[in-house]
Structure formats: structure tokens, C-alpha cells
Ligand binder design. Sequence first.
Ligand SMILES: *Cc1c(COP(=O)(O)O)cnc(C)c1O
Length: 412
Amino acid sequence: MEFCERTSVNAAFDAYLDEVDHAEAEVAAQKPMLGYPLNCHEMRPLLPLHATLHRDYTLNNCGDPLDNVEKPWKLNTLKQEGRLITRLMERWGGTPQNCWGYITTGGTEGVTKGIALGYERLRARGYKNILVVYSKASHYCVPKAATLAAPSCNKVSVEVSDTNSIKLGKLDDVLRSAQVLNVDAILLCCTLGTTFFGGCDDVAGARSLLIENGFGSSSFYIHIDAALHGGFWQEDKQTPKYVVGRHFDSISISGHKWFGGFIAGCFLATKKGSADDATRDKSQIEYVKMVDRFISGSRSGAPAVLWMARLLQFDWQAELDRCYANRDYLVSALRSLGLKVASQYVNVLLPRPSEEVVQKWQLMCVGDEAQVLLLPHAERHYLEEFVEDMKRDIEAGNVHHSTERLKRLEEP
Ligand SMILES: *Cc1c(COP(=O)(O)O)cnc(C)c1O
């Protein structure tokens, strides 16, 4: 597909563009992805914006979207980024007065920055023996971020229940033994929506346990990794509504997952603290006119604009309601084939089918289980076709036996 003018520079350049066109056409011919968190619903309305954003320049958002400092270079979208950040933080009780944030290069940078902030703030308050705690179902970037951003800390991962959320009893055990080991502060990373099966930690419950175990609010820091589920958390009427500064200290939510339409970009917001970045130099860097509070220096200016357009493109309440209705349809259709199936939020967990079905629908698999994600692009007629494929797979004896976890989850 062509949407940019071709100006023949040389044959190799043209040939490369053809090669990319060809590869894109192959991907476009595939069935929609059902297992991975990238919303691909109605992307075409964004095409003119993609072209505009890359017309005769590259937009570089090296800088602070909320400091209102006019940059010496004009090729940035920091004002738009500031508007977007403000809008997103309001959903979690934040304002530019009590909160700060930026659009990171992706979810991994969001989590790394959250953990770095926790580490810096706890260190600035004088704590030396900080324990980093997260669940065994955390994304692989969480232990990586802890190693990078909190290098001197011990780390412990806590067992999860069948729904992939932290077992509060096990967290309590960890916090008790932490006291015995003279740990003086806790850096807790909770997850809202584990990558596989969408486990959500009880953030308020975890916070109460910290306090019960003698950690005062200045001796712990809670980051929430809400890469996918943070996108629709406020539209789901059943979810507990956590507030920044009250229940947690920082949160990261990816743009390319629930919202989609561009790659990378993660919203990070944190409660402003008196010890902000205290371990680092707070002076302005003259030639870029900013105080460096970032992990990445140069950041693309495109995602902030595309993300805002995406917010305006849909009625997100209706999108979520449709996804949940599709989830309920899929669960009952698969159960009527005799499969053990479990679901929560937009995640459906089922026994792993044949490799052919896994490849066709790009399912996410772990062991004998597979996941379908009901994102907005997973429309009903695709789900019907998927159910037909599953039916054939079962008849051919290609579907794995149900796992113990699925059996337990299906029991009333
Ligand atoms: C995807 C994901 C991440 C990391 O996001 P990237 O943008 O791939 O770096 C972090 N946490 C969770 C729970 C995720 O699902």
C-alpha cells in the first residue's frame, strides 16, 4: 500500500520500498491476531496523521512535556504530549499540580522509570536496605528493571493464585521475614493485567499489609504496571478505583496495547515528591532547556499525537462493552464444545490447540494453555471462525488435555 509519494532517489531505494510494501501486504492478508495485546481496530483513519507527522521532518520530544519551557528546536510535540499526559493522569486522580509524567518509549521504560523513582525516593529518605517485591506472574521487564534501576536491592517474587494475582498470604509471609532481615523499606511493583491471563493484584490489600507489617507510608513505594488493563480500567465498573498518591505512587500504561495505532509509547505518572530525583543533579541542561528526569533522551513526537487521536476516535466505554460481550460469547461457545475455559477482563484462557490453529490466530501460549485476548479488533465473525477451527481441532484429537488450573477455575 502506498501513501507516500515516491521520489526516485536510486534503484536500491525504490527496490527497498517495494520489498517493504510486499512484506506489509503479507501481514495484512493474515487473520487478525487474537493472542497478543495490540489493538489493530480501524487503523486506516490514522493514515493521514501518520503521513503528516513524518512529512518533512522528524519530531523529537527530548524534554519535559509539563514544564512549559519553549524549546529552541520547534520540531517537537511536547505541548500535545503535555495535554495527553494531563488527560490520562486525571483518570487516576492526578493533576499537573500533584503529579508528573511523560510518554516513555514503551512499557519497559515505563516500569523501569517507576522502579527508579521508587528507589531514588526511598534512598533520599535515608533507607538503605530496600527490598524489591513483585509477583511471579510479573512481566519479564519487572525483574530486569529492578536489576537496572535498583541495583543494590534484594529482590523477591511472590507466588500467585490461579488467576495470576499475588497471594496476599504469601506477601504477608515475605513482609514478616523482611522485618527479621532488617529490611527498612519496600519497593512493591503490582500488576494490573499480567501479560498471560490478565492477573490483577489487590493493590489496596497489598498496601494494607505493608502498613500492618510496620512499614509507614514513607518507607514503601508502590508502582503499578498496568500495561494493557490500565487502558480500560476506568471503563470497567467492577474494578477498584485506585488514586495516585493515595493507593499508589506511580503507574505505567502502554499506548500500543489497549489503544493501539502506533508502536511504543507508555504513559507514566507519578505523585510529585519532595525528594524527586534527589540523587541526581537537578540543574537545567542549557542546550536542551530541561531538567533531565528521563531514561530515554530523544523520544519520538509522533506517539503523543496519535494516542490523542486514538482517544478521540472511539467511544471507549462502547469498545469495552463490545469486547466483554465477545468474551462472554467466546467462553460459552468454547464450553459448548466441551472445553474447560476461564476468563477475566478481556482475557480468555483455554487448553492449547494445534500449532496450526496457534499460528493462524497468533495465540499466546504457555505450557498447555493458550490465551485469546478480546481486543476491539477481535470481531464476532472472526471469533465464530476461530470456534469452528477449535471444533475441527477437537474432533481430530489435537487439543491438549485440560490443565489442573482450568479444571479448578471452572468449578463454581
Ligand atoms: C507488554 C507488557 C510490558 C512491557 O511493554 P513493552 O512495551 O513491550 O516494553 C510490561 N508489563 C506488562 C504486564 C506487559 O504486558
